[in-house]
Design a binder for this molecule. Structure first.
Ligand SMILES: *Cc1c(COP(=O)(O)O)cnc(C)c1O
Length: 394
């Protein structure tokens, strides 16, 4: 097949003069970190997802750390989550001195299997971190049910899920609307909207929100904005050890523009994903991602499962040779050296599906600027790559 000098990346942020203008406005304003733009971005994000509180931070990893601290995760506790996620999910648990307890994923998706949660609970379990992996909502209703039954907190790792929706009481709601305890979002360039780096926490709990605001700025009791606007001299105090997890006003101003683009971004991503799913019907053995009837993905990634006979690396290399970048399936934290030591985590049962998802899946290019003929070309390149793979004698 002719590559015609194509180079299709796996992802690409959509940023132009509007974001550049927003950054310029902040630079010339003289207030460049955690000030009025951050406050405005928080307000707009809260309104977008339908949460009473939204608190901006430096990224989603720090958001997860603050969320776990807020719900009271401490050294010696256990937190149930998946190994099959970006390593930040598990690392945030370890930042608290707690132990991640890994549960396998569902048979037909990349999210936690709710049927396996109860068996993973021990007297030390404090919370569940569920992931809306690749933007596909996990079964939050069942997870929250189980958590309430056992008195556990639920933190949503919604890093990939800005704009994803879930059906609740027959209404579509955006992820971040408080059904669990806290949701954490990422604005890394690999996600659907970006501020370079950045994160957000949403909750309906005023105490949690207060805790995020204290700890994101060194535990300082009086924020800069309050001191700046005060007519009388005030001194802040530091009553506990906090962190520097601030978002800058430069990031927030860019985020506000990205948020305005979001409905269009999601509509385009959904259209491209649907095109992939229809074209992939022609390729035997490839399993496209499936959306439960109660979920609407933002399609942060489009991850397919390869036929059993296919060699993942060969397929990816063949596609790359034809100008198409792909990525392997989501990693498994328990297979990394950082988790090799058995006292750094606990596996609750087999993680076979998680490992299989890493080694048998690939993510196809999907970005807003992508044209329909490029989607067609990617599917063609995939078909070509699979045809070259010899069938194993069965
Ligand atoms: C990207 C990602 C994170 C980390 O987000 P950062 O903003 O880069 O810290 C955490 N969890 C998941 C599932 C992610 O995909």
């Amino acid at each position: 097949m002719s590559t015609a000098g194509r180079q299709i990346p796996v992802a690409k942020p959509i940023l132009d003069e509007r974001e550049a203008e927003a950054a310029r406005r902040v630079i010339l304003s003289g207030w460049v970190t955690q000030g009025p733009e951050v406050a405005q971005f928080e307000k707009e994000f809260a309104a977008y997802v339908g949460a009473p509180y939204a608190c901006a931070v430096s990224n989603c990893t720090t958001a997860l750390h603050l969320a776990l601290m807020a719900v009271g995760v401490k050294a010696g506790d256990e937190v149930i989550t998946v190994s099959h996620s970006f390593i930040a999910t598990a690392n945030a648990i370890r930042y608290c001195g707690a132990t991640p307890v890994f549960v396998d994923i569902e048979a037909d998706g990349f999210n936690i299997d709710p049927d396996r949660i109860a068996a993973a609970i021990s007297p030390r379990t404090r919370a569940i971190v569920c992931v809306h992996q690749l933007g596909m909502p996990c079964d939050l209703r069942r997870i929250v049910e189980i958590a309430r039954q056992y008195g556990l907190k639920v933190v949503e790792d919604a890093a990939c899920a800005t704009g994803s929706e879930i059906l609740w009481d027959e209404q579509w709601e955006r992820i971040g609307r408080p059904r669990a305890d806290i949701a954490c979002f990422s604005f890394h360039p690999r996600k659907v909207v970006t501020t370079g780096d950045g994160g957000m926490l949403t909750t309906q709990n005023a105490d949690y929100d207060r805790s995020f605001r204290l700890l994101r700025q060194h535990g300082m009791t009086v924020p800069d904005t309050v001191r700046h606007n005060s007519q009388s001299v005030i001194f802040e105090t530091y009553d506990e050890v906090g962190y520097n997890y601030r978002m800058t006003d430069l990031q927030a101003a860019i985020g506000r523009v990205q948020l305005q683009r979001l409905p269009e971004i999601i509509a385009t991503r959904r259209r491209l994903a649907a095109l992939y799913t229809s074209l992939l019907r022609d390729i035997a053995g490839v399993v496209p991602p499936s959306e439960p009837v109660w979920a609407r993905s933002n399609w942060q990634s489009y991850c397919i499962t390869l036929p059993t006979h296919a060699d993942q690396i060969q397929v990816m290399q063949s596609m790359l040779d034809n100008g198409v970048s792909t990525r392997r399936g989501v990693m498994n934290s328990h297979l990394e050296a950082a988790y090799r030591n058995q006292d750094m985590h606990r596996n609750a049962g087999s993680l076979a599906r998680s490992a299989r998802a890493q080694n048998r899946s690939i993510m196809l290019p999907l970005f807003v600027q992508m044209r329909d003929d490029e989607v067609q070309y990617v599917v063609e390149a995939l078909g070509h790559a699979l045809a070259r793979v010899p069938e194993l004698a069965s």
